[in-house]
Design a protein around this ligand. Structure first.
Ligand code: GLY
Length: 283
């Protein structure tokens, strides 16, 4: 197990990186949540098939009352309509301010569940269980939550930091090549904005990474998380330096919108990097 701590001005939270199955998630939650509380696990159908029962059982064994809430996979679920449905479901589950919401899945689930956690009952504890590369190295760290609105990305949201990020490397093994490539865009971004030797290491290790060799994945995920954590610690609410993490995102978000959210976020952002590099070269 590897552990990092994100130290924010108001409080700190841990990022735990494990391999193997996800049975330890309940024990890890015991460190940060109120004993025996309710945990609403928000996930999508694809992720639920693989990890839903495992995570629910682990939370139950750790003494929590856990229930799974399914949202449709894909960016379209990051909407005010699905958020409203989720608020109703969470209140129907009897959620109180002593309880928690957990996001099990990729960036969409994390942003949506995080915003529900930030807003229901004026805010409850939030746990991130990212299962995609993009969510592990980027969206689960730093407290950005929200939904898309009026056809625009992330138009309504809040900063609501998790109490814990639990990332398990084994979940990266089953990602499609497309999903994995989306996460690699964020990984390479971290090297480009903050650490040239890490970028070069990624290029040198390209075959090991592509084969998803666990040691290469561990080094890569850990290094990327360290970069993300350091930027977030310096500028938690994006008043300055954190904007560096948005490299490629301005054009990327425009492509996402123009493609009617049919392309994956990571694909659009990767195209956005190319545009940013081109504009930079032209200038
Ligand atoms: N994904 C960019 C950020 O967290 O600021």
């Amino acid at each position: 197990m590897e552990q990092l701590t994100v130290a924010l001005p108001e409080r700190a939270y841990d990022i735990v990186i494990e391999r193997g199955l996800l049975q330890q998630v309940g024990q890890q939650c015991k460190e940060v949540l109120k004993p025996g509380c309710r945990v609403a696990v928000v996930t999508d159908g694809n992720v639920a098939i693989q990890y839903g029962s495992l995570v629910q059982a682990s939370l139950t064994q750790a003494g929590f009352t856990a229930k799974i809430f399914l949202v449709p996979a894909g960016e379209r679920s990051k909407s005010p309509e699905v958020l409203t449905w989720l608020w109703e479901e969470l209140l129907g589950f009897g959620l109180t301010r002593s309880d928690a919401v957990a996001a099990l899945g990729g960036g969409m689930v994390g942003d949506l569940a995080g915003f529900a956690a930030a807003t229901v009952l004026r805010g409850v504890d939030f746990i991130q269980i990212p299962t995609t590369l993009l969510a592990q190295v980027d969206s689960s760290i730093g407290g950005k939550t929200g939904v898309d609105f009026d056809g625009y990305k992330n138009m309504v949201g809040a900063f609501h930091h998790p109490s814990l990020v639990y990332a398990n490397l084994s979940t990266l093994k089953t990602l499609t090549a497309e999903q994995f490539a989306c996460g690699m865009g964020e990984v390479l971004k971290h090297g480009l904005i903050k650490n040239a030797s890490y970028y070069e290491w990624c290029i040198n290790q390209m075959f090991e990474i592509q084969d998803r060799e666990v040691e290469a994945l561990k080094t890569m995920v850990l290094e990327s998380m360290k970069i993300k954590k350091a930027v977030v610690e310096k500028d938690p609410t994006e008043k300055g330096e954190r904007a560096l993490l948005n490299l490629g995102h301005t054009v990327g978000h425009a492509i996402e919108k123009l493609q009617n959210f049919q392309m994956l976020h990571g694909q659009c952002v990767a195209l956005g990097y190319l545009c940013a590099a081109y504009i930079s070269w032209k200038r």
